[in-house]
Write a protein that binds this ligand. Structure first.
Ligand code: SIN
Length: 522
């Protein structure tokens, strides 16, 4: 029996805790309450093959195409093949997917060759999953610490017995709560703390998404991969808070129109509104630039009032709350930061480069998404790899994990952490200024000039003094560090591919179809 600490309470963390608690002593740490996570707000659903007219091979092919040449094929194979089994696990844990007769109801989303996106409560899929899993984890003997912040991952050296290479090994976590900072010892730490949408001024993600797990792993010495690849969702409601308008709405037939009332996506891609996300998001951005920054419109009026309120109750309610009637009038939409393909580099079992440290869900970079994630593959990745990580507990840690995939394949960038840990003369980082700069300079389109000026500003900021930090200060320190990692990686990738678009290198360079990895300079 191992002492396992799980960080995060989205779908990946909850599944990891439920499964690990069957054989191990589990402590779950979450910085808000158990139900608050990016998962909770997921709308479209979870992609998996569940019908006779669809095949795992086609799901694999769609995922590889969306990933723009950067997927790790073995991870994609694992994701799509094991997905249907993990969906059955969710059903057994009480997730009530919508049905049509005996079959799961299935939605279509961009770049999928079949309707294979399962949903719950119409567009309240995330809440349906999260509520069931919160109940499931509460029914285990998991020790739950809410409102508790991961400060750092503690590691110690094992010279010979456990690890012949003498590598560092996880020893526990330092956390911060109302009582101050304390240490929790652990044999295993499973990071499931999600992405970092809060790096950008406009994001569909909730306030908790500040990349705390990725930043802590980087400080602990773990290798990150693919961090230059950020996915911008094409359609967020153009209101403060960027409420997500699910791709499933376009899957049901809604279309995008510009200020002149013209459908512009048809000229940009054969799949029009259902082209891969990066293409639709940039198509919208160009239209917006051509119309003086005004948002484009999503026209769902042809779908009819009763269908819209039944299939998309959450979006219908959100539109009403902003005084919009989307059954009669097209609604204003704009791209917003949505999902980080990059993260802590793992192998197919969630193992990172630090023995004892697993990463699952958006915090991880498994290679399953490549440069651009296929819609609704993220919840799937979380359950598949959380399950695999738990099933791997107790197994020997290969000396090259996960370097077999990442280490040999590309240049290793080194991040000098001293540049973000405090020069007394510099200014404390301002979150809104950081987010605005990241949106403007490191968002949908990047250039060497915008990236270099971003790095200059990042180096002119410092995080608040650790001795006086509250939750937002710990978050700001993480966002500043991750902004540096993302910007340096974006500067180093001299091409455009998937979620990374360089105006000064607009073409994809086949010679660069390999991951960039980044780690702290030692
Ligand atoms: C959506 O509902 O459009 C989001 C689904 C996803 O990000 O995979």
């Amino acid at each position: 029996m191992s002492r396992v600490v799980v960080i995060g309470s989205g779908i990946a963390g909850l599944i990891a805790a439920v499964e690990a608690s069957r054989h191990h002593s589990v402590t779950l740490i979450t910085k808000s309450n158990l139900a608050e996570s990016n998962t909770h707000y997921a709308q479209g659903g979870i992609a998996a093959v569940s019908s006779d007219d669809d095949t795992v091979a086609e799901h694999i092919a769609d995922t590889l195409v969306a990933g723009a040449g950067l997927c790790w094929p073995e991870a994609v194979d694992v994701l799509c093949s094991e997905g249907p089994g993990r969906i059955n696990d969710l059903v057994a844990l009480g997730v009530d997917f919508d049905r049509q007769g005996e079959q799961f109801a299935r939605g279509l989303e961009a770049a999928h060759s079949h309707a294979r996106v399962l949903h719950a409560g119409g567009d309240a899929t995330g809440a349906g999953i999260s509520n069931a899993l919160v109940a499931a984890v509460r029914a285990t003997n998991t020790e739950i610490h809410e409102h508790t912040f991961l400060v750092d991952i503690a590691i110690e050296k094992h010279a010979t017995e456990k690890d012949a290479a003498g590598r560092s090994q996880v020893a526990g976590v330092h956390v911060f709560d109302t009582t101050g900072t304390r240490f929790i010892a652990a044999d295993i730490v499973i990071l499931a703390s999600g992405g970092a949408g809060q790096l950008f001024r406009h994001t569909t993600n909730p306030a908790v998404t500040t990349g705390d797990g990725v930043a802590a792993a980087l400080r602990a010495g773990a290798v990150l991969a693919d961090v230059e690849f950020y996915q911008f969702h094409p359609t967020a409601l153009a209101v403060p808070g960027s409420f997500l308008i699910s791709e499933a709405v376009r899957g049901e037939g809604a279309v995008l129109i510009n200020a002149a009332g013209e459908r512009f996506m048809k000229a940009l891609h054969p799949m029009a509104e259902l082209a891969p996300r990066d293409i639709v998001a940039r198509g919208i951005q160009s239209q917006m630039m051509a119309q003086g920054g005004q948002p484009v419109l999503l026209d769902a009026t042809a779908l009819g009032a009763s269908f819209l309120s039944e299939r998309f109750p959450s979006i219908s309610a959100a539109c009403r709350s902003y005084g919009l009637n989307w059954a009669t009038t097209p609604i204003p939409v704009t791209p917003a930061a949505h999902y980080w393909m990059g993260g802590v580099a793992t192998d197919d079992w969630g193992r990172t480069s630090i023995p004892g440290l697993y990463a699952v869900g958006e915090v991880a970079s498994t290679g399953a998404h490549g440069a651009n994630r296929l819609a609704s593959n993220s919840l799937l990745e979380s359950i598949v790899f959380a399950h695999r990580a738990v099933s791997n507990l107790g197994q020997p840690w290969p000396e090259d994990a996960p370097a077999a995939r990442w280490g040999a394949q590309g240049p290793l960038l080194e991040l000098d952490l001293t540049e973000t840990v405090g020069r007394p003369s510099t200014q404390v980082v301002d979150r809104v200024e950081l987010q605005t700069m990241m949106w403007d300079n490191v968002g949908l389109a990047r250039t060497r000039t915008t990236l270099e000026s971003t790095l200059d500003q990042i180096h002119a900021w410092r995080p608040a003094d650790p001795a006086h930090r509250l939750f937002p200060d710990w978050e700001d320190a993480n966002l500043l560090l991750l902004a540096q990692a993302l910007t340096e990686s974006a500067l180093a990738r001299h091409e455009s591919r998937g979620g990374h678009y360089r105006l000064d290198y607009p073409e994809t360079n086949p010679a660069l179809a390999r991951p960039l990895t980044i780690a702290r300079k030692v």
